[in-house]
Design a binder for this molecule. Structure first.
Ligand SMILES: *Cc1c(COP(=O)(O)O)cnc(C)c1O
Ligand SMILES: [Zn+2]
Length: 463
């Protein structure tokens, strides 16, 4: 008899499967990506999403308190005693009217899903608790990742909390101090290799295979199971009404893949009546997905997508020596590992891709910050991309949109200080040198002599 939970190749024509406990995270038949698959008929699925409402109130049970595991019937791959939690997912989906006006939506139309409130300060914790749960099922004692920063921070925190050895691969010079400080402070073995993120990800997969170390990059389908909960919480906040659009920054394309899986499963289970549309926002300096989907017409095509288009594009990147280049380090990725899953996601949710310049991202970030939510540059790609899509008329101003703010402001304070600074040398060093010419919403500190009258005058003139 077939298993109730297993891993399944995303290519319907391949049909390859792997055991629940397998940790290769590659289809044994074709080498492609895997999904966590369930035989829902043999699992207890609630008949209405309202079932989950009472759980959030039951704070004394850590599994109900967790913003991931209180939805455990929707990611039922492990028994309750195996579930790992450190209180992830206590996040907010907040209506943001000033930002709505900025992007051109009607008042009341925009919600910001703020994932900076997670234990390690980014959405990655939603996935990491699920990956660590799977790691525990497999008996792993060491876990590794390659990271632009936030995955390593999350890995380090979960490893420290669960007696696991964390090993982090980072590229040289591309990690913010906020994130690096977390990996170091929480005791991860941090391996800095010469090269960028894409190089580091290639190596960590080889090393994990060779040494039998559990891999927590987003090729790990169990991580993506945990990230589905971000969308469950969005629905919860909207009283189970499906928004018209969900907009998310795109790096390795794990989130978008995970969100589409969440919505298609809910739809198939009859728990929602329709799926939202998805928009993925690349940085202009790391825009592989945008190029392939929007300029080269690459489509999922039932799993028979045109691999040659991808190979040709990567060969051209190599030939020109072009490296990803954006201030949004969390999405500074040219070879997104989840590209095929993301194509499927856009196919299922009628999605689009856009790419936004760093300047637009930083301005959007300042607007979000002025509204009270502090996010890092990559997160604000969602808001900058939404603004572009409204301007194009792709997103109507009268609809309801959720932008995911993926990480906390304090992850990357250097760029924020430079953005607001009146110090031209600082601006040039941090932003000018990376192609940012001018910014729209700088909140300058005011210089005043140490004199009461002058100080009072300076304040009264401005506040
Ligand atoms: C990891 C990360 C992303 C990219 O998410 P993907 O799932 O890899 O597309 C975006 N923003 C932040 C803050 C991140 O840490
Ligand atoms: Zn396969």
């Amino acid at each position: 008899m077939a298993e109730t939970v297993f891993q399944q190749c995303i290519d319907p024509a391949c049909g390859g499967t792997a055991d629940l406990r397998d940790t290769a995270f590659r289809c044994p038949r074709c080498g492609g990506l895997l999904d966590v698959a369930y035989d829902w008929n043999r699992l207890p699925v609630p008949t209405s999403l309202k079932h989950f409402e009472a759980k959030a109130a039951n704070r004394s049970n850590p599994l109900d308190f967790s913003g991931v595991w209180r939805f455990r019937e929707l990611l039922p791959f492990a028994p309750e005693p195996a579930l790992v939690t450190i209180g992830e997912g206590q996040t907010l989906c907040q209506r943001a009217d000033a930002v709505a006006q900025y992007v051109g939506l009607n008042v009341g139309g925009l919600f910001l899903q703020y994932e900076g409130m997670n234990p390690s300060g980014s959405f990655k914790d939603n996935g990491m608790c699920a990956a660590f749960t799977h790691a525990r099922l497999t008996g792993a004692t060491r876990a590794a990742c390659a990271s632009t920063g936030n995955t390593s921070a999350s890995l380090a925190v979960y490893a420290a909390a669960s007696d696991t050895r964390a090993i982090v691969f980072i590229g040289s010079g591309k990690i913010s101090y906020g994130k690096l400080s977390q990996a170091l402070e929480h005791g991860a073995l941090t391996v800095q290799i010469e090269g960028d993120f894409d190089d580091a990800l290639g190596r960590v997969q080889e090393v994990s295979r060779q040494l039998g170390i559990y891999l927590v990059n987003s090729v790990n389908p169990f991580r993506l199971e945990g990230q589905k909960a971000i969308m469950y919480r969005v629905l919860e906040a909207l009283q189970w009404e499906v928004p018209d659009w969900v907009v998310v920054p795109g790096g390795n394309l794990g989130n978008v893949s995970s969100f589409a899986k969440a919505f298609s499963e809910l739809h198939a289970l009859g728990l929602i009546a329709r799926v939202p549309r998805l928009a993925v926002i690349n940085a202009a300096g790391a825009n592989t997905f945008y190029h392939l989907h929007e300029n080269h017409g690459l489509r999922w095509n039932g799993g028979q997508f045109d691999r040659a288009k991808i190979d040709t594009y990567y060969a051209a990147l190599d030939a020109s020596g072009r490296k990803p280049d954006t201030l949004a380090s969390a999405i500074e990725i040219n070879r997104p590992v989840n590209l095929p899953k993301a194509l499927r996601a856009l196919d299922r949710c009628n999605g689009v891709v856009r790419a936004v310049p760093d300047t637009d991202m930083l301005d959007a970030k300042a607007k979000v910050g002025a509204g009270g939510l502090g996010c890092e540059p990559a997160s604000a790609a969602s808001v900058a991309g939404l603004r572009e899509l409204v301007r194009e008329g792709v997103i109507d101003k009268a609809v309801r949109v959720v932008c995911v703010l993926t990480g906390h402001l304090l992850k990357d304070p250097d760029e924020t200080v430079a953005y607001h600074s009146a110090d031209a040398a600082l601006f040039d060093a941090k932003l000018g040198a990376r192609g940012v010419k001018q910014v729209a919403f700088a909140n300058r500190a005011v210089r005043v002599p140490n004199d009461l009258t002058e100080i009072v005058r300076a304040i009264e003139r401005r506040a």
